[in-house]
Design a protein around this ligand. Structure first.
Ligand SMILES: Cc1ncc(COP(=O)(O)O)c(C=O)c1O
Length: 392
């Protein structure tokens, strides 16, 4: 069966825009957002898109009417402001005093603090401000739960994020001292979670945290796994487990905090395709290699999580390598047909983690919506790459 991205074939897009090319099917992204809302309809919720997964402004502008945006750095706050309003932005991550002041001056919707120290700093700074701050404040807590892999496990008691549950009391005390209304407890388990039951555990542990009943908002972060392989459950399974756990527990304990979710990968991952062209076909001994113009510096998770991206192509399987000068620059075993390789599920954590190693330019990004396609990030020229490395 031929692959269509919107109403386009990969060949048409490669001819129109050149390669390597990241294509995001924006109508699929919008459908995914609606899918989230549909499966969460039983519980009070707010949906945020975590911009780190794919922060291209042209994409954010397409979706910012339907989701809030979650930013975790000064750059992500700036890009979110290009696409949305401050009162639709959630700010997470480590924050210095400049970022805290900016967030309060802007009155972002929610500011989740990472530590007691950060919370005290926020409190002190808020007291010095001579205007009303509307921002809601939260504290990030580790639930002592492990994600699927060590590198993307972000709610254990040992990793660098958040506070441990016993510190919630201190967080409430500090907030009272400074007149901060601490309304939200926040956590984020990790990325590419593949067991829906993990979200049941997250909900159970959030409700069991000390003083949990004093919080109006439970922000559960993101992490929902996507179908790099067919064994990963559907979004419906993840959200069904989460909603059922919420309904059972909130009914039992008698309070109903609003749930915030911050998915990134799950919103954009399956809507993105990398299209690349074969540059060389060669035999090394018995092994047939196809060297394409896409490389692992745009697919970083291929390197550190050993992720394989499903390819669409037909034909014989060959080993596929990129042009970079290190042996790890292998895209896997796959098929290259009519000189093209198309990798699926590349919408998340590809362009946002991309580098210019070997002084290769980062790729162009386009959006497709049915019969329409347009460029949202131009491909880099070699002049830009050289300037980025300090050439005159
Ligand atoms: C605080 C926070 N929220 C949300 C996300 C998004 O995670 P994912 O893309 O796996 O849904 C991340 C990812 O690192 C995160 O750190």
């Amino acid at each position: 069966m031929n692959l269509q991205i919107g109403e386009f074939s990969p060949e048409e897009l490669a001819d129109m825009y050149g390669t390597p090319l990241l294509v995001v099917d924006v109508s699929k992204v919008k459908e995914r957002i609606e899918e989230f809302k549909l499966h969460l309809k039983e519980i009070p919720h707010l949906l945020c898109y975590s911009v780190k997964a794919n922060p291209i402004p042209g994409l954010l502008k397409e979706i910012s009417d339907t989701v809030l945006l979650e930013a975790s750095s000064p750059g992500e706050l700036l890009v979110s402001l290009k696409a949305s309003k401050p009162d639709r932005i959630v700010l997470d991550g480590f924050k210095d005093s400049d970022l805290i002041t900016a967030a309060m001056k802007l009155n972002v919707f929610l500011l989740n603090s990472d530590s007691i120290q950060e919370l005290s700093e926020i409190g002190k700074m808020k007291m010095d401000l001579d205007f009303q701050v509307e921002t809601i404040f939260g504290i990030r807590v580790s639930l002592g739960l492990k994600g699927e892999s060590d590198i993307v496990s972000t709610s254990t008691l040992e990793d660098k994020f958040g506070v441990v549950p016993e510190q919630i009391r201190d967080a409430l005390r500090i907030s009272n001292e400074f007149g901060l209304e601490l309304k939200c407890i926040h956590t984020h388990i990790g990325s590419q979670i593949e067991r829906p039951g993990t979200y049941r555990e997250v909900v159970e542990r959030m409700f069991s945290l000390p003083h949990s009943e004093e919080f109006d908002l439970f922000d559960l972060g993101g992490g929902f796994g996507i179908r790099y392989s067919k064994t990963v459950p559907s979004l419906e399974a993840f959200l069904g487990e989460l909603s059922d756990a919420y309904l059972e527990i909130s009914d039992r304990v008698g309070f109903c905090p609003k749930i915030i979710l911050e998915p990134g990968r799950s919103i954009v991952g399956e809507s993105g395709y990398f299209i690349s062209r074969e540059k060389t076909r060669k035999k090394k001994g018995r092994v047939e290699w196809s060297i394409v113009d896409l490389s692992t510096n745009h697919l970083l998770e291929r390197l550190y999580l050993f992720r394989t991206y499903p390819s669409w192509n037909e034909g014989n399987e060959v080993k596929i390598g990129g042009p970079l000068c290190f042996s790890g620059d292998e895209l896997g075993v796959g098929r290259v047909s009519n000189g093209l390789l198309v990798l699926k599920n590349c919408g998340a954590y590809t362009i946002s983690k991309s580098s210019q190693y070997n002084l290769y330019p980062r790729p162009k990004v386009i959006l497709v919506d049915g019969y329409k396609s347009w460029e949202i990030k131009e491909g880099e020229s070699y002049l830009k790459v050289l300037n980025d490395f300090g050439a005159d």
